[in-house]
Design a protein around this ligand. Sequence first.
Ligand SMILES: Nc1nc2c(ncn2[C@@H]2O[C@H](COP(=O)(O)OP(=O)(O)OP(=O)(O)O)[C@@H](O)[C@H]2O)c(=O)[nH]1
Length: 938
Amino acid sequence: MAVRIYSLAKELNVDSKELVDICTRAGVPGKGSALASLTDDEVSKVKQFMSGAKEAPAAKGKSAPPPPMRPPEKRGDDRMKVIVTPKATGPRLSSRRGEAAPLDDEPAVNEVPEAAEAIAEQESPVDAPQVEQPAAEVQDDAVVEQQEAASQEAEAAAAEHREKLAKPGPLARMVRKEDYIGPANAGTGKMPVVGAGSDQRKGGAKKPAEAKARPAVRLAAVPAKTQPKKVEKPKEETKAQKPVMTLPTEVLGANKLGSKPLAQHLRRAERTLEAEQIRERAGGGKSKEMVDDDGRRKSGRPMLGGREARQLNRDRGGSRRQRPGLGRRVRRSRRSGVNTAAPRKGRIEVQLPCTVRDLSESAGVPARDIQRILMEEGVMATINTPMDPDLTEFVAAELGLDVDFLQPETLEDKVLRRLDEMEDPEGDLVDRPPVITFLGHVDHGKTSLLDKMIGIDVASGESGGITQHIRAYQIDKDGKPISFVDTPGHEAFTAMRARGANVTDIAVIVVAADDGVMPQTEEAISHARAAEVPIIVALNKMDLPGADPMKAMTGLSQNGLQPSEWGGDVEVVKTSAATGEGMDELLDTILTVAELHEYKANPNRAAIGVCLEATQDADQGVLSKVIVETGTLRVGDIVVCGDAYGRVRSMTDTLDKSRRLEEAGPTVPVNLAGFDIAPPAGERFYVLDDISQAREIAETRAHQTRSEFLGATGYQHVTLETLFDRLDGVEEVQTLNLILRADVRGSIEAIQKELAKLEHPEVRLRILQASVGGVTAADIHLADASDAIIIAFNVVPEESARSLAEQSGVQVRRYDIIYKITDELRAAMEGMLRPEKMEVSLGRALIQQVFKISRIGAVAGCRVIQGVVERNARARVIRDSTIIGDYPIDTLKREKDDAKEVREGYECGIKLAGFNDIKEADLLEFYKVEEIARSFDD
Ligand SMILES: Nc1nc2c(ncn2[C@@H]2O[C@H](COP(=O)(O)OP(=O)(O)OP(=O)(O)O)[C@@H](O)[C@H]2O)c(=O)[nH]1
């Protein structure tokens, strides 16, 4: 998975820009910005490089990689070691070898702190020892020619220097810092010899004053390329020390504390400001929070922006990781109390689209800080410039913050919140019927059981014997109503089944006693568990001779359902939908469990419920099957459900469609007419007061759905980025466009799910449109324009569409079983797969004589020595066991006649297309390429 550089930088606790450089040095080019992405390979390459770089000094610098140099000030001490590389000892290094010499010695390592102190103590970057080496420094070609003796001496010193550099250590690092400064010798091409002149090194070490003095120059100097070659221009080097020179003298003189005067200074200054802040907040309860583990407040100064401050922040990164939240305090303290913005937080929330101002306000940082970060990334932004999520996340990361994106609150959110927050008065809550959902493996008898219980016969009328529609009924058992939901049992309906479990109070898992627990039984158990509802098992088909209740119960207990007769808490009722065995017991068990749970609802409120499925009826328009969860739904109510809205025109009983209902209370399933379009199955519906509010909610949802659909189907206008994708795919991937029409939304989803399984890298299905209702003329037009096939599931084309389809040649394929769709599409798609090409060897012929015929070329008089030669074959020309060419046969003659094929033992004349340089004794090897149709299983 691709990782953004800034994310990786955060993970590795390095500066994003530094990581960009590291990428380049690690051989991962083209990552010019912290927003660039890295592949997994590139990430491991970079990590490997970084760990290698860290280990390099431990390996005494011998095998350290040669990364391009960076200004040393930007690095932490550890990273300085990376600079200890063979490249670092190249011509640029040699330019300062004269200065380096005194630092090289092993004993000199112990002098590091002093040497570092000298950085600050030296006002002038160049002291006597440095001037002592100019001959070596100005070792350009001209000087070499003019001052040969001096040059040789410089060479020796450089060699000694380089040997020292190969040994990591603080001194070596310091030397390296300055090595960037001086290009005086760059371009000479002369490399000092490593290991030479150890005596001189010792001599150098005997000059502690020099050793102290030189680092002052080296640490500060940065712009190597602008350095003059002549060492006599120390003032220009001094200019390059700008960051250091801006420090107050007290800082420069205060480095007795160690070898990192800047860091010491930063910390001291921090403490000063912290003291100020503590004074400002005297008595404030938060002051304790601002003190870190060292008992110091984290702080920074406005004057210390830039590299040093960043370095210090990075140094703190390790402890920040160990103590979450510290980073926030560090950053906040840098605002030093003058900032009136909200306090900085570790995690912030922003709403998209997010402008610089929004982020500034959420993060509690001045907008100019954000603009500065953007500017460093090459983005010029005003305070009102919106940022995309990636950029926002990047800026937040730079600020040490994690960001959560909030979707703007829609009217629907507000309405839902209001309804959710509405509390039912205790007195309004009344007992309500339980909702029982039947779940289980296909064909285990869910529909039959429910049919038996309510005394109807649905199971036998279903296409293919598979439940294709979700059903919901309410029946009366001894004056007690119970609502049942029967979910389609096949795998294709998994999503709908999940919804069934969502509205349910009690799940009845139907297991065929002869089959036992099957994959979809396990799935059903998972859904029921996820819904956190009581589970009852109906061990069905007990009448069958193969019924094995012990096996089935073992399977149940293996899936965590311990039967009560085995001491568990799951009621297992043995039933037979065929004989009626166990029906009463099952109903009684359901009612007992329901009574135990005392399901209550408030009928005196606006209804909320779930749409189980929706269809488009030719006469009544959109018909949806809904179940009320709470409240009472009445004819005339304004309802909204996903992207559908309307006024309840009529309601009918789900069992008896002729029975009209004026109202439906909690858990009553009804057929409802009144929505403008078919609402999505599984979507909640709400009753609102205002039709315009309902319309707005529905339209917003429709817009969102469309955006998601377009996103999911990859529909988008071409951009420069996507253009290549499209062009790439033109020849490689075949696309079969489809338009789906079905009777209910649930079927569409099930079909889409099945079609999604027909994936192949070379052929893809693209569903241009999927909607409920009959095939319309508009569908035919769309199919005509986009070369699509129309799939009509349980629906037929309108008359106008039918004739239009005939005229335009658009194919409308009608189905009533989902698996027929997938089978046929699979076959069609397999036909679209590029055939596999296979070479079939035919035979060989020996050229016995070559006939040169004017205007025709060379004709080979051959004898077929094995197999056969066919007119349409190709021939490889083999001479001295080497293939010298591969050509199609132009003409094949037997005697004087054209031949289709010539078999083994016969002579023939062959003219190869495009090749006349045949010779006697050449061998011709014939073959042909056959195309073999492929299937998805290949
Ligand atoms: N012998 C016997 N057959 C049964 C029993 N219950 C169901 N069947 C048969 O099993 C087959 C499948 O029954 P359905 O009720 O359609 O099963 P289902 O679980 O609803 O199947 P889907 O709708 O595909 O999920 C039908 O042929 C039924 O007649 C039973 O208790 N005994």
